[in-house]
Unconditional design. Structure first.
Length: 366
């Protein structure tokens, strides 16, 4: 049993490997070589009167490995959702987080690895943006507009650079220092021109590819900013309003994630990005939860990634089409595929900390 921390993940995993592993696993969904369960969360009142505890899990299997990803968060939201602001999350105290990925062999059931999910999560999500960009953006795309300057904005950039020959990037975030630091550091890291701009509109104007990578509670991209030929990818559905969908000529989702279950007092959909969640707490405590968006994205009408690669549904067919890739779904398969790459490379390179297998195996039938 191998314990793998974020430093080891960062050392062994490249973005190209991350993208290619996911593409192989997604192709396996067509043949039954890969499968995953939808994400289900659980919300429980926490010690704060402005937040809730959230427990989340996803699992999936590909290439002989089953992954279970779990995370334990306290979420805090702005008091006035209409005024904008960001969702904050932490474990124990602000600045610390708990997210883990367990890997198991589907050959004999053996526990293989336990790893921190921080760097893996950023690479997984950024890699998904790269997959959608390769699938739907114009091959001659050269200009990228990014809204957001945090960790996800860095891996989105890295992934898009891995699949398209981007020459210029414009970045906007609300904090001037953050966007200027992002531009400076990422230009040095990736060798591409990056220009910090003063408005989100300036980041989008003239871009071939638009990526939103924020934790905003309200939309950051407007429909009338979109131009013919653009490709759009977002981090969360909160970043766009459902009205923008009318501008998309082609919309493709990564996978189906919403459970076909009716909403009840204890099972809710659309809370803080959760496709489905069980909710504890009194009616008074539940008032802390953010209200689901009134208009949800019509994902039931969109083909999936596998529909496009199998020829069942078309992708981009003209250069003037506006395309959209929704990086939601197949999360468990992503963790199994990318986690498998990390585990195998860490073993090959002698990295990580070996834990006694008998800590995880018992002789009492369960």
């Amino acid at each position: 049993m191998l314990l793998i921390n974020n430093d080891v993940v960062a050392k062994v995993l490249t973005m190209r490997e991350c993208i290619e592993a996911q593409e192989r696993a997604f192709a396996g969904l067509l043949t039954g070589a890969a499968v995953g369960r939808p994400r289900i969360d659980m919300y429980v009142p926490c010690d704060r009167d402005d937040g809730y505890y959230r427990w989340g899990t996803v699992d999936g299997t590909s290439d002989g490995i089953l992954a279970v990803r779990l995370k334990s968060d306290v979420l805090v939201w702005p008091r006035d959702e209409g005024a904008g602001g960001s969702e904050q999350k932490f474990c124990i105290e602000p600045g610390t987080y708990c997210g883990l990925v367990f890997l198991f062999s589907t050959g004999n059931g053996q526990p293989l690895a336990l790893m921190n999910d921080g760097h893996l999560q950023h690479m997984r999500v950024g890699g998904a943006a790269g997959i959608g960009t390769r699938l739907l953006s114009r091959e001659n795309a050269r200009e990228l507009g990014i809204i957001g300057s945090g960790g996800m904005a860095r891996t989105f950039l890295e992934a898009i650079l891995a699949v398209r020959d981007i020459r210029r990037v414009r970045v906007y975030s609300r904090n001037r220092d953050n966007r200027e630091r992002y531009a400076r550091e990422c230009a040095e890291q990736f060798g591409v021109e990056i220009i910090p701009v003063d408005t989100p509109r300036d980041a989008v104007r003239g871009a071939d590819i638009v990526a939103t990578c924020t934790d905003s509670m309200t939309p950051v991209l407007e429909a009338d900013w979109l131009e013919p030929g653009m490709h759009v990818v977002v981090l969360t559905p909160r970043e766009i309003d459902a009205s923008i969908v009318q501008r998309f000529d082609v919309a493709v989702q990564q996978g189906k994630e919403e459970l076909p279950m009716p909403e009840t007092e204890r099972f809710r959909k659309g809370i803080s990005g959760s496709p489905g969640a069980y909710v504890a707490g009194t009616a008074e405590e539940q008032r802390r939860l953010p209200k689901p968006k009134k208009s949800r994205l019509p994902t039931q009408d969109w083909p999936g990634y596998t529909d496009v690669i199998s020829g069942k549904a078309p992708g981009r067919t003209r250069d003037d089409q506006i395309t959209f890739y929704y990086t939601v779904g197949n999360w468990g398969v992503q963790f199994s595929s990318v986690g498998g790459v990390v585990y195998r490379k860490a073993k090959e390179q002698g990295l990580g900390q070996e834990l006694p297998l008998d800590w995880f195996i018992q002789d009492i039938r369960n």
